[in-house]
Design a protein around this ligand. Sequence first.
Ligand code: KG4
Ligand code: ZN
Length: 340
Amino acid sequence: MTILAIESSCDETAAAVVKNGVVLSNIVSSQTEHSAFGGVIPEIASRAHLRMISTVVDQALSKSQCTLTDIDAIAVTTSPGLAGALLVGANFAKGLAMRLQIPLVPINHIEGHLYSGFLVSEQIEFPFVSLVVSGGHTSLFYVTSFHEYSILGSTRDDAAGEAFDKTSKMLGLGYPGGPIMDKLAKDGHPDRFIFPRGMMQKDSLQFSYSGLKTAVRVFLQNNYPEGNFHDNIHNICASVQEAIVEPLVKKSFNAVKRMKVNTLVVAGGVSANSRLRSELLRFAQKKSVKLYIPDIQYCIDNAAMIGFLAEKKIIEQKTPDHYMSYNITVNSSALRSPKK
Ligand code: KG4
Ligand code: ZN
């Protein structure tokens, strides 16, 4: 089966061709228009998707050496995300599926991330714990099959990526903040400054990052009222990064222990963070837990994960009733209720 997948939920316009579980092409166009604003501007995102979507789909088809006649179904992200951004991808996919008279499969973006580990290893065994950590989401899941999972914990406020992006903006470093701070932190000491870690009660699998943002603002006001913190930028970045990473690592392994599994799968843009990766690896080795983190191209927002999951859903006949009616809609809300 050959699936053309489209993803446009936030600020990446992406298309991929997935055939029998193998990724033939994975094209991602990241919008740079938002960097001047320190965050994603929804209106700008929708317009940029509209400009790029046909080019990105053409590139995905040509890289996969497929034509539209080879495509058996179209998969598209329909939730969660920015409504206007989702609508661009959903309408493009709908128009194409109607023209080709092939099935249209709506996919939840977070579910896409949840199973993206399978793009690098088919050896992953259910059940497992998954940490999905991005600019919009920070959640732990207990995953029992391709269509069954439950949420163990989520952020109460900001997502981990948002914490990177907002502190980066405060430090005048630019957007997206995660990769910039990751790089600067490499020459700093993670324990030079102590910033608060949210929700660290022993049995809590919830996250909280809004206190960190405030703590960094107060720290800068008290210690550098003139704004001359640049000599210490490496230590500040390393210390802020540590306050973001430590709860992610500790809670992930607490969840693994609580659910009595021995596999942890990590996904989402923040899983590109080098400190997060090395700490997860260190803990995994210490606790003999199997750790799967997809390649960076599958960690960030991408359409390969959408196509892969759509194929699984078609095979397991878990596609919605309106599969061939093209009657899809988009839903911007953050997380759907967990499935039983
Ligand atoms: O999954 P993603 O591409 O988009 C969504 O938010 O869904 O994740 C983007 C987020 C941004 O907040 C960005 O700052 C963060 O991932 N990020 C990183 C790194 N690379 C991207 N955060 C920390 N370290 C990185 N190396
Ligand atoms: Zn994402």
